[in-house]
Design a protein around this ligand. Sequence first.
Ligand SMILES: Cc1ncc(COP(=O)(O)O)c(C=O)c1O
Length: 372
Amino acid sequence: MPKYRLLTPGPVAVPERVLLAMARTLLHHRAPAFIPVFKEVRANLKKVFQTEQDVLILASTGTGAMEAAVINTLSPGDKAVVVRGGKFGERWTDICQANGIACENVDVEWGRAVEPAAVRAAFARAPEAKALFVQASETSTAVYHPIRELAEVTHEKPGRLIVVDGISGVGVHDLPMDAWGLDVVVSGSQKSWLLPPGLAFIALSKAAQEAVKSGKCSRYYFDLRKELKAQKDDQTAWTAPVSLVVGLQEALRMILDEGLHEVFARHEALARATRAAMTALGLKLVAPDSPSFACTAVYVPEGVDGNKFVKHLRDAYNVTFMGGQGHLEGFDMISAVAAVEMTLADMGQQAKLGEGTRVAMELLRKAGLKRS
Ligand SMILES: Cc1ncc(COP(=O)(O)O)c(C=O)c1O
């Protein structure tokens, strides 16, 4: 097998330790042997979400958890404020509208973070709105939205919920759910969780759990009342995706062994070095002011076809890019920068070969990031 480097914002490369755990003999999801695995995973998920509440595990991709968040906490005819600053912000609006929930959209220029004052103004225009929907890390533009401040604005009126798409944010940015008063936080396994796609997570504050009880949207597979009840007993409502849960057990051990805040710091250092390297190569950042630590988005130089650029990286260097980067180690990131340098040169651009990698290496060494 040639060596492929998956440097997309998800799926990300899965460590061998996790792959080997998933290759073990399959457990039955109702077998006694599965219960300690599920118990450990549930306890460790709470640590990563930084919450005392249960974090539910769903067999779906992240979008399933987004839909579950909408249909369980709101009712048809309700109104919600939605931050639309990228493709995934638009998805919140689409899901709300598909379920009869009206949206007061806060349209944000792509590449910029939302201003908390703009959300306050939207709540003033829609005083009946019951919730705010927002991304922590808007992967499509590589922006980080100011979640702590948005939680404060949301809670200026008691009873309103803040629902955070942390699909590429949890495990990358420090998003302490309980300390910041976040009501719903969702994530997906193919991001910081070091797993293949197929698992989604959803954590609910006490207020959100109350909303789940009274919500009037139609729901069956994603009826979180069933999951809240089942998962308290270390069961899932439906067949659990056992291999992925076993992989998650290993991945969570790796994350917590490294230390949550060390993981955040590593992502921040890698993201900073990536941005500096891209800037040194003359590429313009999409999100210069409030960047996500999960991925970095750059514009290709004028006159270069972005699709051809990404295709060349894949065909010539076995590097799969989506205009951003997921969970990377130092050497992966340096080789990715090198592939960008060579692709720029291959496509006839004035490329300063070695300039991006030099800047990245210097910053990574300064940050003390030596593991690969
Ligand atoms: C911020 C964000 N929201 C939602 C999604 C959609 O998740 P999925 O493709 O797992 O359904 C993604 C996936 O890239 C994402 O990054």
